[in-house]
Design a protein. Structure first.
Length: 465
């Protein structure tokens, strides 16, 4: 509270103003964030930036109405105006009283609470990026361009609501990205890779550098041997890790309770029903230590948790914020998230993944007579209501008679998320969380992560770009 220059009395006065026109519930969300970024291109620093954001958002709920307003200042008159504006938008007539008792919400900590980047100056960042740059060029003479990006941020939040609940959090986020271009004769290929964690400067290690440089060069080099796939409907093996983005986009969004309330999700009437193979359990987890998608508390002050959306093939829970939880008379699941204090919180995923099955990757591949193995998912389009999707896959392999035979590239995968989930017939025991710089863009931008074990989907439509 000292950081945002407020005290309990001020918070209670703001809540009283916010509920002064008959609100059922109100909350206040303070946020401070700092972001430093550095781009390294063509063997030198190409850009450097620093961004500071600071402000408060005030929300009022009355029935089905939501009033929301924010201020980029925490001066009293600005906050008071925001509270009155939110109250007017929610629109009511009954005077409400402010809370008397204050309860501080306790929560576990899944990432450091200190900002270790504060002592890590520009010279150290440049040295790391330069060494990484040199290492990449030294791995393959065909590489013509290298671009790296290093971002580090630290965020503080304070939350208070009309129930008297008080919560605070702080923590870092760090990301490192690399993109390369290689040329062989007239042929040109490119590859990119990123890593992102809720960590500070301890994130930058020589082992991380070696891991990323070798992997991005390997991916790019393999593309020179790859060809496009012959289209058709066929079995698809999805590799462990980044394939989880399909789980996030084509299935996970349909479990978010705002879509359920609106009746636009294909799973609206499926709670408690079997929707896939009993070997499948799908989780949204905000408690993985240092993970990009983890949160100590959500942006409504609810402690984070591990939520089973699907357990042994049965749809057991949706992902709730406070609004949907009240509507369905259940407890919130810690999924109320927002891009910043300028935005109203809505149900959002954190780290979404499928748990291990009882097969092996080798046995799954061996079981496929003719199909494809996909391992580097990129962008795609999803119709959340119906679950229809189209995904672009950068690279993969042709499967012939149970063996990976030919590298593939530029693959389109078309299908329906719920149907693809139902068509998973084997799940390996090699679940991997992909630690890339995944960001979900549902109305607002939020950091997330995803993961999968190797799985076999009995049939999907596959084609070349």
């Amino acid at each position: 509270m000292d950081f945002f220059n407020v005290d309990i009395e001020m918070l209670q006065r703001l809540i009283a103003i916010a509920m002064g026109r008959g609100g059922d519930y109100a909350d206040i969300f303070f946020e401070y964030s700092s972001l430093d970024e550095m781009q390294f291109k063509d063997r030198k620093v190409s850009s450097v930036g620093q961004h500071i954001d600071y402000g408060v958002g005030i929300r009022v709920l009355k029935g089905e109405q939501t009033g929301y307003a924010y201020s980029e200042s925490t001066e009293w008159d600005k906050m008071e105006k925001a509270a009155r504006t939110a109250a007017a938008i929610a629109d009511g007539l009954v005077q409400a009283s402010c809370p008397v008792d204050v309860t501080e919400i306790s929560h576990a900590c899944y990432y450091p609470a200190n900002d270790s980047w504060s002592g890590f100056d520009a010279a150290k960042r440049i040295d790391f990026l330069q060494r990484m740059n040199d290492q990449v060029y030294g791995l393959d003479a065909r590489i013509t361009n290298v671009m790296e990006s290093l971002t580090s941020s630290f965020e503080r939040t304070l939350f208070f609501n009309s129930l008297g609940e008080l919560a605070e959090d702080c923590g870092p986020m760090s990301s490192l990205s690399i993109s390369i271009v290689a040329r062989e004769g007239s042929r040109r290929e490119n590859a990119s890779l990123s890593r992102s964690f809720r960590m500070g400067s301890e994130f930058l290690t020589d082992s991380l550098m070696s891991e990323m440089t070798s992997e991005v060069v390997r991916k790019c080099s393999l593309l020179f041997q790859a060809r496009t796939v012959k289209g058709g409907t066929m079995p698809v093996v999805m590799g462990a890790g980044g394939s989880g983005i399909l789980l996030h986009e084509a299935i996970g969004h349909a479990f978010e309770a705002d879509f359920i309330r609106k009746g636009t999700s294909i799973f609206t009437d499926s709670l408690g029903k079997k929707i896939c193979n009993e070997k499948i359990s799908v989780v949204d987890d905000g408690t993985i230590p240092f993970n990009r998608g983890s949160i100590n508390i959500d942006d409504e002050g609810v402690p984070s948790q591990k939520t089973y959306m699907v357990k042994d093939g049965i749809l057991t829970s949706f992902l709730h914020d406070r609004v949907s939880a009240k509507h369905y008379c259940v407890a919130p699941t810690g999924n109320g998230r927002r891009e910043s204090f300028r935005f109203n919180p809505i149900p959002r995923m954190r780290a979404t993944y499928m748990e291990n099955g009882d097969s092996t990757k080798e046995d799954i591949i061996a079981s496929v007579r003719e199909g494809v193995f996909l391992d580097t998912f990129s962008n795609g389009q999803v119709q959340i209501g119906a679950g229809d999707f189209t995904f672009y896959v950068k690279s993969g392999w042709l499967i012939e008679n149970g063996k990976l035979t030919q590298p593939l590239k530029d693959i389109n995968v078309i299908g329906n998320g719920p149907q693809a989930l139902a068509d998973i017939v084997a799940v390996a025991s090699d679940c991997l969380i992909d630690n890339g710089k995944w960001t979900c863009g549902k109305e607002q931008y939020c950091p997330v992560s995803c993961g999968m074990p190797t799985v076999l989907v009995s049939k999907l439509s596959v084609g070349g770009v």
